[in-house]
Structures are given as C-alpha cells and as structure tokens.
Design a protein around this ligand. Structure first.
Ligand code: PLP
Length: 458
C-alpha cells in the first residue's frame, strides 16, 4: 500500500481535472432526485416533498450535478472531504487494499490498520499509545465515554450546550444543541454553558471575562453534581455544527486543570475540528492542553470510507491490560477504511495541506470574510480559524436577533444557484472548504458570497 500510494498520480485512467460535467447515465437532476427520494429514507429530514440535489461527480473542490452545473464545494459535504473529492492518492490507497484483502474481522492483526494507527498517533501529543477504530464519530464518542466510565468507576458525563457529538445513544444525549433528544436511552448526562462571547451566557464583555466566568461556571457545576460521580468532561475542542466557536485562550487548559483537580477524564471531540480543519493537526494543538482521550472521524480519511476512532493515552490503554474492553462492531478497523487513512495521512503530509489551511485562513479566507462582514449588515459576526469559519446572520445587528431559518434557506438556494455549495445551519453559514483549497478557489467563493449578500433582501 505504502509503495503504491502514488500510483494513481501517473495513471492515465485518472485525469487530474474533470473532463466532463455531463451525467454518466443521461438522466437529469429532476429524474435522479425523484428516483432517490422515492426509495431512500433520508436522514434528518421530513420525507414528504424531498428534493435532494443529486451529485454526479467531483474533483478536488468542485462537484457537478446531473444537469451539468458545476459548484465549488464549500460545505465539504458534512465537513469531511478535507482533501477534496476523488483525490487520486486516496482512491489508489483504497484500491490497493481492495485488491489485497478487502475485509477482515477486527480481531485479526492487519498491517494496513497498524500503519493507520501509527500515522494517527504521530499527530497526537506525547503519552498517547493506542487507537481504537470505530465506524464513525458518534460511536467514537460512545466508546470514549465507556472507557472513561470503566476506568474511573463513575457515571456522569458533562458536556456543553451548543455542541454536537453524534446521533447514537450516549452521543446524542451528550449533544447540547437542537438535535438533542433529552434523556433518550442514556442517563447520567449533565450540560453546562461554554464560552461564546457573541451570545454570552455570563454577561461578559471581553474574552478574558468570558473565559474566567465560563470556567467558574463549570467548576461550580462539577461541585454541585458531586465530583465523585463524574467520569468525564466531553468537549469539542472547537464546537463545530453548533457554531464554530473557537474557545478563548486559557479555556481548554482551564478545563484540564478542573478535570485534574477532581480526577475527571477529559475527552476532546476532534471529529469535525481535527486533521487540519483549524490549520493544526488537532484543534487543541493551539490551546496548550493534553486530553486523556481524543475522538476523531471525518478528516482522518476525508470521509472516503466510513471510519472514526478514539486515540487513547497510555494510562487508559494500560487500564485494560488485564480486563476486557467491552466494545467493538463487526466493521471496526475495516481494512478499506485503514487503507484510506494511510493514503490520506500521507497525502496531507506530502502536500502540506494543514499548513495550507493555516496560511489561507490567516491571509486570504479570514480577511476576505472579515471584509464581507464589514460590508453586509446581515452578517453579525465572522469567527473562525483555518478553513473553519462561521458567518452569524442577524435580522438586526444591534439586538443580534438571529435571521429566521426560512430566510437563511432562501439565501442558501440563491448561493447554490450562483455555483457554490454552502453549509447552512440555524442562522449561520459555515465556510468550510477543503484544507487543500487554492487561493483562486477562495477568491471565486468570496465573490459568490459577496454577490449573494449584495442581492439579498431580508
Ligand atoms: N462529533 C462531532 C464534533 C461532529 O461534528 C460529528 C458529526 O458531525 C460527530 C461527532 C458524529 O460523527 P458521525 O456522524 O460520523 O457519527
């Protein structure tokens, strides 16, 4: 696999650029969309009146539909195609594994899986020793929670309001945004408010004040709940779908100190923020903090094959030397996922993709979005880092009243019509291109957003 990872780059069957935008089977968007909606039960959707935009192909930052329209993919789907679509090295890595051993049960040793784990551990801080592979981000959090509970002998998990941790038993209950299904299945979950200065819960007027008050609130929550009952604090290093809220300096290290004071496991969820999204390998790298468990998915392999996992500190890993860890699914550590991870991790390093995300965020995308924010009143705040940005849309800049969801939906369709796939949620547009996006693509995208905001009437 390692030797062959570059094969597709010179393979004449793999064009570097899309050669066609026409549908392969001659059907239109309307036909494929209707066909899909007639038999596929869609996630997170009302099933009546579904009109999914069918995508026929993609390359890099671009995708195209069955009517031949091209789009810049600034959603990276659900913020996972970090290295863009159809990256030849990732396709080659998967193909190589497919032709070698397409599948194998988790209990067998597997060279590709071991290499995937080693490449992931290379990016973790000192003292991390093992990787537990899962099928995605939600079950990564399930398993991290289970590890923390088994190791501490405690039950409760504290997580933030305004967070998303996945749509399975404990992960959805740990989630703190509108998707939470309160007390479905899991017990022992407690929520607290994290720092978010623009809509401060603490009446703070500076990042320092917000940070200090948010830490005080967390510590008081720990004390009120009873530290001896708390297994873990679970946090997205940078909360993603709930609003891309980069924590103020000192917050994550302050949480670490609270966890240390009370013997609590710190789980950092890097499912969305990890592997380059923030311009760092892990988002917490910018925050001087060392968690006990790190969960990942999405960017680790650009989502080409479903996979996720938990990166485990030596201390927690060795707690299971003489006791069974009761976790795992049939497809945990699937070799095709492992092949995609090896190829993605190598491509990211070879192509300097994480460095690209950092540079483009600081020099091109961040300043460009700030200009849009200054120009268009509907943008209440621009915030983010790397290629992880939120435009907070407001009906009124003074009161910060959120723009209604129906208006955001209208704006979203307009942007799509102008040739860009945006990520829109609640009253926000998240600007989340691939980490290897080019300066030219960012310039084209900024022009499209600008045109759309200029034409926008609330
Ligand atoms: N954690 C975070 C921070 C996420 O953003 C997501 C998905 O968006 C998840 C967990 C769940 O991952 P998955 O959908 O792969 O289960």
């Amino acid at each position: 696999l390692v030797e062959h990872a570059d094969a597709a780059v010179t393979d004449p069957q793999q064009p570097d650029e899309p050669t066609t935008g026409t549908p392969s089977d001659g059907r239109s968007n309307a036909e494929v969309g209707a066909d899909d909606a007639s038999v596929v039960f869609h996630s997170w959707s009302k099933q009546g009146g579904l009109k999914p935009l069918p995508l026929a192909g993609g390359r890099g930052t671009e995708v195209w539909d069955h009517d031949g329209n091209h789009y810049l993919d600034f959603s990276t789907q659900l913020v996972f195609t970090n290295m863009g679509h159809q990256h030849p090295k990732i396709i080659a890595g998967i193909t190589e594994q497919l032709n070698t051993l397409a599948t194998v049960a988790p209990a067998h040793g597997n060279a590709t899986r071991a290499e995937a784990a080693r490449l992931i551990l290379k990016r973790a801080p000192e003292g991390f020793e093992k990787v537990f592979f899962t099928a995605g981000g939600a079950d990564a959090n399930e398993n991290a929670i289970r590890m923390a509970r088994l190791v501490t002998g405690r039950d409760k998990v504290l997580s933030r309001y305004r967070s998303y941790h996945g749509n399975t038993g404990a992960a959805i209950v740990a989630t703190g945004d509108w998707r939470r299904i309160p007390n479905e299945y899991a017990t022992g979950h407690v929520h607290f408010f994290g720092p978010f200065l623009y809509r401060s819960e603490f009446w703070a007027s500076s990042p320092e004040e917000e940070c200090a008050r948010a830490l005080h609130h967390l510590e008081r929550t720990v004390q009120a709940e009873g530290p001896e009952s708390i297994a873990a604090v679970l946090l997205e290093s940078v909360p993603g779908t709930a609003g891309i809220m980069v924590p103020p300096p000192g917050y994550l290290s302050g949480v670490r100190a609270i966890c240390d004071r009370y013997g609590i496991t710190l789980i950092l969820d890097e499912v969305m923020a990890g592997f380059g999204r923030t311009g760092e390998w892990f988002a917490f790298d910018a925050h001087d903090v060392r968690p006990d468990l790190i969960t990942f998915a999405k960017g680790v392999n650009s989502g080409y094959v479903p996979v996720g996992g938990v990166i485990i500190s030596s201390e927690i890993a060795h707690a299971f030397d003489d006791r069974v860890f009761p976790g795992g699914l049939t497809y945990s550590g699937h070799p095709l996922a492992a092949g995609s991870i090896v190829a993605t991790q190598r491509a990211m390093a070879e192509e300097g993709a994480v460095e690209n995300a950092k540079r483009i965020g600081a020099d091109v995308l961040g300043p460009g979005l700030a200009e849009l924010g200054a120009k268009h009143d509907v943008i209440g705040e621009v915030r983010g880092t790397g290629v992880f940005w939120a435009l907070e849309l407001v009906a009124d800049r003074e009161t910060r009243e959120p723009l209604p969801a129906t208006t955001v939906a209208r704006l979203k369709s307009d942007i799509i019509g102008r040739g860009l796939l945006p990520f829109a949620t609640d009253n926000r547009i998240h600007v989340v291109p691939p980490i290897n996006v080019s300066d030219d693509e960012v310039a084209r995208a900024l022009a499209i957003y600008d045109e759309a905001f200029t034409a926008f009437r609330p």
